[in-house]
Design a protein around this ligand. Sequence first.
Ligand SMILES: *Cc1c(COP(=O)(O)O)cnc(C)c1O
Length: 462
Amino acid sequence: MQYISTRGAAPALTFEQAMLTGLARDGGLYVPETVPTMNEGEIAALAGLPYEEIAFRVMRPFIGETFTDDEFKALIAKAYAGFGHDARAPLKQLGPNHFLLELFHGPTLAFKDFAMQLIGQLFQASLSRSGDRVTIVGATSGDTGSAAIEAFRGLKNVDVFILFPHGRVSEVQRRQMTTPADANVHALAVDGDFDTCQGLLKDMFNDFDFRDRVRLAGVNSINWARVLAQVVYYFSAATSLGAPHRAVDFTVPTGNFGDIFAGYIAKTMGLPIGKLVVATNQNDILHRCLTTGVYQTESVLPSISPSMDIQVSSNFERVLFDAYGRDGRAVAQLMDELKGTGKFTVSQGALQSLQDTFESGRVSEEGTSASIKRTLAHSAELLCPHSAVGVAVAENHLGANPMVTLATAHPAKFPAAVEEATGIHPALPPRMGDLFDRPERVTRMPGDLKALEALILERTGA
Ligand SMILES: *Cc1c(COP(=O)(O)O)cnc(C)c1O
């Protein structure tokens, strides 16, 4: 199993190399050369199995020779052992044919734990085998950073630096990043928004001297291993609801197009997914692009669903690669255009292909609040604002198939928005009760590449 770059000009890599690298050297993202498929019998056999077993069967064909079956099973078991729910990704019913997939029972209460906990195990296993050391740098709108820190804290062969936009993450998110006391954890509050942080990260990866010197590794949602881990819960949810004998629809609250891209991979593997619905907040570049074909960045509007306050949606490049018939040169051209002019227009053929797979919707701030309130009244579920965006869009796309909306975070991660909508202050699960008592450790940084690189060199001694 080989991985190739969406821009067609970087060397093909194994799963292990792609995982440790993150971004390709031509600026592209790694995707499998061919996506393995599962037949109807193999998919039917997943129904009712433990989450870990489904994870093993779905991911095994993608990892090649990187781990033996026994090693891989043991790493999966360790990754999900810290979750607060035996089902890992339980389904709840919201209405007659509408279900909520709760992805917030991991250690930092957001779906990112599914991928990050696994990646932590995979990195550790791979690095302790080779004796190498890496520097992980991540940019976060809030949840990736805490999930990464939780997954990598205390590991011997890894330093982890997380850039988050100063003042633009919730207090729970910030504390999850600033309170771990481990010496290999570095939380950096950057002046700017999420796109500033993500831009700095990309520039750092394109500074090859620096990249090689600190052995830079990326764990943002551009890392293929993260996408892969997220494919699993599409299978667990759909087979619980009758797949492969009937099709299931999914609605996914989206910013960076990572989670929904995992659904697209599940569908490509053979899982009968009907609609894949992209749900955005007022930062609606994906909704605009899927309806008009014009991908145009605007300035980020801070919202009550901050983990989706994104204008440059990195993983969209992966689906564009397929929509353009896997023509890396065409993708590279679009991305150059985006960098130069802040926009590009998808070709008619590619847009048609995207619209064959994806539907989309956008929810205003008021609509998000109303969705939290309505879902509590009608289904006795307290949603986080991101999940509420998903539910609101899903309600406009209900059809004959069961609809599954992904609940991406626990409501207690965004208490202000939830309380504003419902009057209820959502409590943190007891295992996190002392979060507000722990001391914080954070470095404030300008949005400046050279300053950042200097700090990383100093802290790692590279
Ligand atoms: C990261 C995140 C999202 C967006 O996920 P993408 O993979 O970037 O599309 C949605 N909701 C929450 C709570 C998140 O943390």
